[in-house]
Design a protein around this ligand. Sequence first.
Ligand code: GLP
Length: 264
Amino acid sequence: MDVLVLPGPDACGRAVADAVTAVVAPGGPVTLGLATGSSPLPAYRELVRRHRADGLSFAAAQAFLLDEYLGLPAGHPQTYRQVIRRELTGHLDIDPDAVHGPDGTAPDPERAAARYEQLLARSGPVDVQILGIGTNGHIGFNEPGTPPSSLTRVATLTARTRADNARFFDRPADVPHRVITQGLGTIRRARHLVLVATGAGKAAAVAAAVQGPVTPDVPASVLQAHPHCTLVLDDAAAGGLHGAVTGDRHPAGLPWSGARKGHR
Ligand code: GLP
């Protein structure tokens, strides 16, 4: 696991964008894994900027969302399908039909989850999977207790995650209880996992994921065993790490091959 500690969210966004650029810039077919939530937003702004300013093209890319709420009407602004269109894919030259997500409106969500898992297995592996982390250590919507081998399925959110995500809804009670999420086993099939976390609110979860035991109590701890995982942290999110990692900086470091220089 590579841990990159940078001065703030914008520097983190550029680092995440570098990892995506490394696989997109060559122009061949590429499979991206996209996360929602606020942590990846600076990276998405940077990718849109590179598309507009540098002509970085996503025309040959396909993209897969990590998760989706169940129970929101199609087109609801907080469905992750809408969020990703608004924040990223709607501003790029990616084919809208190449942007995939679990169907949160399906009459049979279990079947929709199984279908999404099959689609991912057929289309993968994901080249770069962007991840955030919940304050309880969840990735995607894999809450504490999720087995490391889990696949895409219907899951129930914890009270903490619903409270954390209430800021996106008019009323806390509007946050759905159930979701479809890629499993930890699904996520781990990606070639390169890039987890971004910013702010002191993530420090405890990051420390547990990076330096605690690998345990289902902290779903993100499974990343410790992944062959190519990069954690992109700002100083505040890295604040709970101890030992050699604290204060590590890679101001000009581009830890993945092929990343374009000149963006930091
Ligand atoms: C949601 C998403 C996760 C995301 C997490 C953290 O629960 N399902 O994929 O990582 O929120 O969100 P934020 O980045 O807004 O803190």
